[in-house]
Design a protein around this ligand. Structure first.
Ligand code: GLA
Ligand code: GLA
Length: 669
C-alpha cells in the first residue's frame, strides 16, 4: 500500500530541483551543508539526467547518483527522485527517429532543447519503461527516496504531435470511442461541408486545413492528446507501483495550463504538485491565489506541494522582474495558507551553463551565503520547521467555483459569436471577489458532490455533458445558491448545440430562455440598471425571455433596452442567478456581496485592503494566516476572548496583532 504523504514527509517540505550532474563533484558536499543550514528537507534529483544515466542504450551509470543520494541522506535531506524521463538523450532519436514529435508541417522536432518526444511513440514508451525499471530497482530501498517525481511538466512545450504514429493512434482512439464509422459521422456532424467518412483511415488530424476545422474533431484531438500524455504518465506509474508499491508518486503540474485535464490526472497521483511563476509586473495576487485553490481542489482538499517557484526572477519573459525583499517569503506563506504542504524552488544552485543560467535559484552565482536570496531562503526554511502541526491541515470552504477543462477547450474553439472570450478571465472575474473578501473557495467539476457548499458559481459553463445539469438542479433544489454567467449550457460533449432554446439543459433551473446573443464590439459598452443604480457592461448581452425568473437588472441602451440582464429564480429550496452579460467589477462585487450576506458567509476577520486572511484546520487546531501585502504595516483586530499563539514567535496574542509590511502572522487557536 502506498504511504500517505504525511507519513513520508511529516514536515512542510522545503527545497527544490537539484541538478548535481551539472556541477563538479567538489560542489556536492558544500551543497548538502548549505541545504542543511537553510532547512532544506527535500530535493528533486535527476529530472533531466537521462543522458548521463543511460549513456547508451542499456548502459547505465548510477555511480554519481548513488553518491549524491548517500550524501543527501547523510545530511538528513530527503529526495523526490525523478524518473529522469523528461528529456530523452540524443542517441535515442538517432537510433529510433520515430520517438521524435512532429510539427503540423510534418517537420520533426530535434535534440538540443528538451521534451522533443512524441507521447504516442511506442518506442519512446518502451525506452521510458526500461529506464524507469532500472531506476526503481536501483533505488527502491534507498532510505533517502521519499517519493517519485515522474517526468516533468508534461506537455509544457509540446502537447500536440502530428507524426504518422500519432495519426494511427488517433484513429485507434476514435474507434474505441465511437465503435462504428457511422457513429463517428453522427457525433462529428460530418454531413456538414461534406466531411463524411467511409473508413477510419480516411480520418486526418484537424490541422493544415484551408478554413475552419470541425469542432467535434478538434475537441476529440485535444482529448486524445491529453489521454496519450496521461497514458505515458501511467506507463511510468505502473512500473513504479509494481517495484515500489509504498512510495508515493506525482508529476508536477503547471498553472493556467489548458492541454491537460488535471482533475482527471489528479485521480492517478498520490500528491498534487505544481509550478508557479507569477509575474511580479502583473500585480494581481488573486490569480496566484486562485491557482493554489484550484490545485488544492484537484484531490478534494488534500494539500499540494508547490514543486517549483523562483526565489528572485525567471529568465523566460521578455523582461524578468525580480521579487522585492520579503515577497518571496510572503508569497510562500500564501502557498502554505491555501493548502501547500511543500514550498520548493527551481532550482537549488543557479546554473553556470545552458539556457537557464540567468534564472534565479536558492544559491545565486555569487555563491555568497550572505546574499539576500540565500538569507531569505534560510530564514523561511528555518521558520517552516515550526509548522509541522500544519501538515495535512484542511480548508473549509462554503463557496465553490465550477472549473472544467473540457469546457475550457470547447468554449475557446473558433467560430463562436464572440471569439475573444477567455474562460480563465471569466473565472478570475468571480474568484477575485472572494479573494478580496477573504472568503475561502474550492473548485469543483460539474459532477462533484456539491452538498457541502452554500454557494456555487459556474462562470461561462458552455459545455454541459449529458446529465450534468441534474447535479446543479439537485444542489439548488436542496437549498443551494447557484450563479451562472452568460454563454452557459449551450453545447454537449460533442460541441453540438443543446436544442430546445438556449440554455436548454439549464432553462428549467434558471427559469428563462436566451432568445439571441448580442456580442459587443471591442469599444462598445452598455449600461445595466439594478435598483436604480447604473453600471457599465461590455462584451456580451443575452436577449433573455423570463420563464419564472425575476429580473434584477435590465439593459438601459440599444435595441434590447429594458430587457433583463441579470435574473434570479427560486428553484426548490434554493435559487439560481443568471448573469447575461459581462458586468463591471463593481457590479460583481455588489452582487456577490449581497449573496454572501444573505447566506451568512463571512471572512474569518475583517481587515484593511490587501491583507489576505486564510484558515487551515487540523486536529481541532485552527491556523489563521494574516498576510500583509501592503507597503505599510497594519494592525488587525482579532476575535475578543480568544488567546492565539503566534506560531513563528511562540508568543501568546490577544485582541490585536501588528504586522509589518510584506510580513505575515500565523496564529493558531
Ligand atoms: C519549469 C521547469 C523547470 C524550469 C523552470 C524555469 O517550471 O519545470 O525545469 O525550466 O520552468 O522557470
Ligand atoms: C460563404 C460560404 C458559405 C458559408 C458562409 C458563411 O458565403 O459560401 O458556405 O460558409 O460563407 O458566412
Amino acid at each position: 500500500m502506498v504511504k500517505q504523504i504525511k507519513e513520508v514527509m511529516p514536515h512542510i517540505a522545503f527545497g527544490g530541483d537539484y541538478n548535481p550532474e551539472q556541477w563538479d563533484e567538489q560542489f556536492w558536499l558544500e551543497d548538502a551543508k548549505l541545504m542543511q543550514e537553510a532547512g532544506v528537507n527535500l530535493v528533486s534529483v535527476a529530472i533531466f539526467s537521462w543522458s548521463v544515466i543511460e549513456r547508451k542504450e542499456g548502459q547505465f551509470d548510477f555511480v554519481w547518483l548513488d553518491k549524491i543520494l548517500d550524501i543527501l541522506h547523510s545530511h538528513g535531506i530527503g529526495v523526490a527522485l525523478a524518473t529522469a524521463t523528461a528529456s530523452p538523450p540524443a542517441w535515442l532519436s538517432k537510433e529510433y527517429p520515430e520517438v521524435l514529435a512532429v510539427q503540423k508541417n510534418g517537420v520533426a522536432y530535434q535534440v538540443g532543447s528538451r521534451q522533443h518526444y512524441s507521447p504516442n511513440s511506442k518506442r519512446f514508451r518502451y525506452a521510458v519503461k526500461q529506464l524507469v525499471t532500472e531506476m526503481a530497482n536501483r533505488y527502491k530501498d534507498h532510505p533517502a527516496v521519499k517519493m517519485w517525481h515522474i517526468n516533468n511538466e508534461y506537455g509544457c512545450h509540446l502537447s500536440e504531435c502530428y507524426s504518422e504514429e500519432s495519426l494511427q493512434a488517433f484513429r485507434t482512439w476514435l474507434k474505441a470511442r465511437y465503435q462504428t464509422i457511422d457513429n463517428l459521422n453522427k457525433k462529428w456532424g460530418t454531413n456538414f461541408w461534406s466531411q463524411r467518412y467511409n473508413a477510419w483511415d480516411e480520418i486526418q488530424f484537424p490541422a493544415n486545413l484551408p478554413t475552419f476545422y470541425n469542432p467535434s474533431q478538434k475537441l476529440d484531438y485535444k482529448r486524445f492528446m491529453d489521454e496519450a500524455i496521461f497514458e505515458l504518465y501511467k506507463t511510468e506509474k505502473e512500473v513504479l507501483r509494481d517495484i515500489t508499491p509504498e512510495i508515493p508518486v506525482f508529476t508536477n503540474f503547471m498553472y493556467e495550463f489548458k492541454p491537460l485535464n488535471y482533475f482527471e490526472w489528479a485521480k492517478d497521483m498520490d500528491l498534487v504538485t505544481w509550478d508557479s511563476y507569477p509575474d511580479p509586473r502583473e500585480g494581481k495576487p488573486y490569480r496566484h491565489a486562485m491557482h493554489h485553490d484550484l490545485m488544492r481542489s484537484l484531490k478534494n482538499g488534500q494539500p499540494f506541494y508547490l514543486m517549483e517557484q523562483v526565489t528572485s526572477h525567471v529568465n523566460w519573459r521578455d523582461i524578468n522582474l525580480t521579487k522585492k525583499p520579503g515577497e518571496m517569503r510572503l508569497w510562500s506563506y500564501s502557498t502554505v495558507a491555501r493548502g501547500g504542504d511543500g514550498v520548493m524552488y527551481f532550482q537549488w544552485r543557479q546554473g553556470r551553463a545552458g539556457a537557464e543560467k540567468f534564472h534565479g535559484a536558492m544559491v545565486p552565482h555569487s555563491n555568497n551565503p550572505e546574499s539576500r536570496t540565500y538569507q531569505e531562503i534560510k530564514q523561511l526554511g528555518n521558520e517552516l520547521k515550526q509548522l509541522d502541526g500544519l501538515v495535512d491541515a484542511r480548508t473549509n470552504a462554503k463557496v465553490a467555483i465550477v472549473f472544467d477543462w473540457e469546457n475550457w477547450w470547447a468554449v475557446e474553439l473558433e467560430g463562436k459569436p464572440h471569439n475573444k472570450l477567455s474562460y480563465l478571465d471569466q473565472v478570475y472575474q468571480y474568484y477575485r471577489v472572494f479573494y478580496e473578501k477573504n472568503i475561502a473557495v474550492d473548485f469543483v467539476d460539474p459532477t462533484s458532490d456539491l452538498s457541502e457548499y452554500q454557494l456555487v458559481v459556474a462562470p461561462m459553463l458552455y459545455m454541459i455533458r449529458e446529465g450534468e445539469e441534474k447535479n446543479l438542479e439537485q444542489f439548488v433544489d436542496q437549498g443551494g445558491t447557484l450563479v451562472v454567467s452568460f454563454f452557459s449550457g449551450i453545447a454537449d460533449q460533442q460541441d453540438h448545440i443543446h436544442l430546445g432554446g438556449y440554455p436548454a439543459p439549464l432553462r428549467k433551473l434558471l427559469g428563462l430562455t436566451v432568445e439571441e446573443f448580442a456580442p459587443m464590439a471591442d469599444d462598445e459598452t452598455n449600461t445595466i440598471v439594478a435598483n436604480g443604480e447604473l453600471s457599465t457592461v461590455d462584451t456580451w448581452a443575452d436577449i433573455i425571455k423570463l420563464e419564472g425568473a425575476k429580473s434584477i437588472a435590465t439593459f438601459k441602451e440599444n435595441w434590447y433596452q429594458n430587457s433583463p440582464a441579470v435574473t434570479i429564480h427560486q428553484y426548490g429550496k434554493g435559487s439560481s442567478i443568471y448573469i447575461g452579460t459581462n458586468p463591471s467589477e463593481a457590479y460583481v462585487d455588489k452582487l456577490l456581496e449581497g449573496i454572501l450576506q444573505q447566506l451568512n458567509i463571512s471572512a474569518p476577520l475583517s481587515v484593511p485592503n490587501n491583507v489576505e486572511v486564510v484558515e487551515r484546520t487540523n486536529n481541532n487546531q485552527t491556523y489563521l494566516f494574516i498576510l500583509n501585502h501592503n507597503t505599510d504595516p497594519v494592525t488587525v483586530s482579532l476575535d475578543k476572548g480568544v488567546t492565539y499563539t503566534n506560531c513563528l514567535s511562540n508568543q501568546k496574542v490577544t485582541d490585536e496583532v501588528h504586522i509589518e509590511h510584506t510580513d505575515v502572522a500565523i496564529l493558531s487557536y
